[in-house]
Structures are given as structure tokens and as C-alpha cells.
Design a protein around this ligand. Structure first.
Ligand SMILES: [Zn+2]
Length: 233
């Protein structure tokens, strides 16, 4: 059995697994970030508040204008001399005073809504600028992720291309052994020997096992601890 080739296949598969994991990670990071969603929600809420204040200001202004007309009409009646009854005159005057107070109230409400509207407009401008900044950063990040994903796809295609001739060279029985072992051993069938230890489970290997693992071709040597095929590169 070509142990060196088996190890080559293992390295290719390990790299392909890494690439697939990173692509999955990238796909999770794609889409709107929490920061972007929060910035957008803040600006939208402030805009709604601004619209509400503008409506309140306009309503108060309209009410004030209507009251001006009613005050004018009532004053006309008072001046016209058609009302002579002292009680009626008194009541008319009282009603004019009440209308004037209402109008002052409406004016004040319009002013308050205007002032708060100015504050909210200034806050909205700040929030929209912050949102634009967050969007720019996010956009750049997304482009970087897309570029990385495209690069990883090319790498993956290359690895896949490299894998096929290795599989062909190894032959069916060796590949079958490799696949079966890999399924049982978390995708790692072949472990390298590093300083006398198994590269997969890190257990110290007996000297005899280490020297046997130095072969490039022959019967596979297994790690006595994790059961993987050993290869001393
Ligand atoms: Zn081991």
C-alpha cells in the first residue's frame, strides 16, 4: 500500500475540510450585521418622531388660524352693536376671552412642536450620518467576504482536481480502507509522526512503531492508541 500517497490524500482532504468550514463561516457572516440593524432602527424611530412632531405643529397652526377667525367674527359681533343685552354682551366677551386663551394655547403647542422638531431633526442628521458610516464599513466587509469566498472556491476546485489522480493511483482497496477509517476517526485516517508522537492523538509512540512508520510503501502501521495509519514524512 502506498502510505505516502495515503498521507497526501489525507492532507488534501484536511485542507478541503478547512476550506468548507471557512466558506460556511463566511456564509454566516453575510447579511446585515446587528450594528447595521440597530443604526437603521434608531434613524427610523427618530424619523417617525420627526414626522409626528411636524404633524402636531401643523395641527396646532391650523387650530390657531381657525381660532383667529372665530375671535375676529366674535369681535365683529361685539362691535356691530347688534348685541345690546348686557348679559349677552358679557357672555360674548367671556367667549372672546376663552377663544383668545385657546389660541394662545395652540400657538404655544405649535412653538413647542417646532422647537422639539428642530432638536429631533438635528438628532436625525447625526443618526443618518452614523448609519451611512456603518453601512460603508459593512459594505466593505461584505465585499471582502465575497472576495475571500470566491478565492476559497477556486482553491477548493484546485484541491479537488489534485485529489482525483491521488485516488486513482492508490486504487480501490486502499481508498476504501482510508474512507472507512476516516469515517470512524473524525475524518482523519492518516496521522503524521511528530517527534516520536502520533500527530493526531499526541501519544508517544514506541520506537519500533516509529521506525516502521518510516516506510513509504507496504503494510500500514497503526497508532496503538488511536488506531490511525501512521506516516513519518
Ligand atoms: Zn494516535
Amino acid at each position: 500500500m502506498d502510505i505516502a500517497k495515503l498521507y497526501e490524500l489525507q492532507k488534501l482532504d484536511t485542507n478541503m475540510l478547512k476550506v468548507r468550514r471557512r466558506v460556511a463561516q463566511i456564509r454566516q457572516q453575510q447579511g446585515e450585521s446587528d450594528e447595521l440593524k440597530a443604526a437603521r432602527a434608531a434613524a427610523a424611530a427618530t424619523q417617525a418622531e420627526q414626522e409626528h412632531l411636524r404633524a402636531a405643529e401643523l395641527d396646532a397652526e391650523l387650530l390657531s388660524e381657525q381660532l383667529v377667525e372665530r375671535i375676529h367674527d366674535a369681535e365683529q359681533r361685539l362691535m356691530s352693536g347688534t348685541v345690546r343685552n348686557p348679559k349677552e354682551l358679557e357672555s360674548l366677551q367671556a367667549s372672546i376671552e376663552a377663544l383668545k386663551r385657546q389660541r394662545a394655547g395652540a400657538e404655544e403647542a405649535a412653538m413647542t412642536a417646532f422647537q422639539r422638531g428642530e432638536e429631533v431633526t438635528a438628532r436625525l442628521a447625526r443618526e443618518q450620518a452614523a448609519l451611512a458610516e456603518v453601512e460603508r464599513t459593512w459594505q466593505a466587509g461584505q465585499e471582502e467576504l465575497t472576495q475571500e469566498e470566491n478565492k476559497l472556491k477556486r482553491i477548493y476546485a484546485q484541491l479537488k482536481q489534485q485529489r482525483q489522480p491521488v485516488v486513482d493511483r492508490l486504487g480501490a482497496p486502499a481508498v476504501e480502507l482510508y474512507e472507512q477509517l476516516g469515517t470512524r476517526k473524525a475524518g482523519v485516517a492518516v496521522a503524521s509522526v511528530k517527534n516520536g508522537t502520533c500527530g493526531a492523538c499526541n501519544v508517544s509512540l514506541p520506537t519500533g512503531v516509529v521506525s516502521s512508520a518510516r516506510i513509504e510503501e507496504g503494510d500500514p502501521v497503526y497508532c496503538p492508541s488511536c488506531g490511525r495509519i501512521l506516516y513519518d514524512a
